[in-house]
Design a protein around this ligand. Sequence first.
Ligand SMILES: Nc1ncnc2c1ncn2[C@@H]1O[C@H](COP(=O)(O)OP(=O)(O)O)[C@@H](O)[C@H]1O
Ligand SMILES: [Mg+2]
Length: 284
Amino acid sequence: MHGPGDVVHLQQGCSSASSCGAAIIAVTSGKGGVGKTNIAANLSLCMAMENQRVLLLDADMGLGNLDIVLNIQCRYNLMHAVSGVRSLDQVIQVGPAGVEIICGGSGVESLANLNNFQRQRLIEQLQSLQSRCDILLVDTGAGIHSTVIAFCLSADHTLVVTTPEPTAMTDAYAMIKVLAANHYAGRISLLVNMAQNLAEGRKIYRQIADVAGRFLNVAVYEAGILCRDECLVQAVRRREPVVQAFPRSQIAGALAAVSRRLTHTAYERTGEEGFFRKVVDWFF
Ligand SMILES: Nc1ncnc2c1ncn2[C@@H]1O[C@H](COP(=O)(O)OP(=O)(O)O)[C@@H](O)[C@H]1O
Ligand SMILES: [Mg+2]
């Protein structure tokens, strides 16, 4: 186990070639509209600026909108790779700061309906993604659906996003509870977004972490606090990530701090079989 103060560089955790692929971070929430997509998009940029090779996977079925936040055009999505119409390379878009993006679309859903041959081919293709980047960030979408849970359970680190709203907090806790019930082997961190101030954000983090510790016997680490910030709203309107549109804003600084915390965390690999194999296996 690692304490909250541990700072170990990502690469140090590698014990064998197969475990040296990307660290997988799933960005999730119980409730929708809490800021996941903006957080995933902006964190990917911050990480790229820290010289990490980042791949962003939009695994939010139906409501995927990373392309809108990043102002890129997703001509192809994961489904084109699943069906074999396009190669995985053709499905990858390059966004700001060299961040690579794969739009999920209905392809994520199709993962559940593949025959053995298709599954095997896709897993092999997807595994290669894990070796071409340092960090794979997955925007899972909201809610306790099997696909969302599958992506989280397969990740090394799950970043649960909440806001101070009681419904968002309850749903964040429900998500943590499901991870605990499934004996999640990765690390769980909580990010409080749209706080009025840092004190309110910390109080909410502590409330959820305390209850999770007491009733679920699960450690929930503090990923950071993001305050409600008009700059982010304006950036969304401009279809530009806020760290790029307003690099000197308070929220850009806070996002950079969250990014540093994530990239400097040691990841205990949750297995040798690879992220995507686990994701696909969870569907069966
Ligand atoms: N820190 C923040 N300050 C102000 N508004 C925010 C903040 N985070 C998110 N929002 C608002 O919430 C909306 C939804 O965010 P989004 O990232 O799409 O959420 P999700 O992916 O969880 O559904 C944004 O378009 C923005 O208007
Ligand atoms: Mg979203």
